[in-house]
Design a protein around this ligand. Structure first.
Ligand code: HEC
Ligand code: HEC
Length: 132
């Protein structure tokens, strides 16, 4: 009965692989308050998008985000919508996604939210409030 003796090993393997898969899922639900970007956005992708906003507008994260109420000064509360500039930025994000989706959606495998033919930088060029 060699095959029977392998059963516990197989069960253990299935449990192990299943658990590992659950933990490596694309960060589903990692972020708490995404209304424009995809819920399952990988952390690295979100980071690089946020960095690109800093550069495009010539600002830092606090232009759109507030510090935590519990640990002000030391910790940021990125999920909070207390800074009104964040909602302004959402409107700009929606507009930019629409422009790309309607006019530059060449590769249908890409998610429209990740298209970057037209970016914040195209208009902002390092300015938070571009003149014209
Ligand atoms: C121009 C405004 C702006 C700047 C600058 C900015 N962010 Fe954001 N950030 C946003 C908006 C808007 C959202 C919400 C996106 C949505 O609703 O899909 C967001 C969401 C986030 C989230 C997800 C929070 C959650 O749990 O919902 C994190 C984390 C974050 N930003 C980090 C950063 C960091 C770090 C920086 C600086 C490197 C930064 N942001 C700079 C506008 C900005
Ligand atoms: C098609 C050009 C264009 C693109 C693309 C664009 N913006 Fe803007 N944005 C503007 C203009 C013009 C203003 C100034 C509006 C004003 O002064 O009333 C502005 C203003 C803003 C402001 C200041 C608040 C406000 O609503 O006036 C924020 C924040 C902002 N943009 C964020 C972004 C982010 C983030 C992106 C990329 C996701 C982006 N913008 C893409 C043209 C653009």
């Amino acid at each position: 009965m060699r095959s029977m003796s392998k059963l516990p090993v197989i069960i253990l393997l299935v449990v192990f692989v299943g658990t590992a898969a659950a933990f490596t899922r694309p960060h589903a639900g990692k972020f708490k308050n995404l209304q424009v970007l995809p819920q399952d956005i990988p952390e690295q992708k979100l980071d690089s998008i946020m960095e690109s906003y800093n550069k495009a507008l010539g600002v830092n994260c606090k232009f759109c985000h507030v510090t935590s109420v519990v640990f002000p000064g030391t910790e940021m509360d990125y999920a909070s919508d207390k800074e009104p500039m964040k909602e302004n930025a959402r409107k700009m994000m929606r507009m930019t996604i629409e422009i790309n989706k309607n006019h530059f959606y060449f590769n249908k495998e890409e998610r429209p939210e990740y298209l970057n033919v037209v970016t914040c930088r195209t208009c902002h060029r390092g300015e938070p409030f571009p003149e014209q």
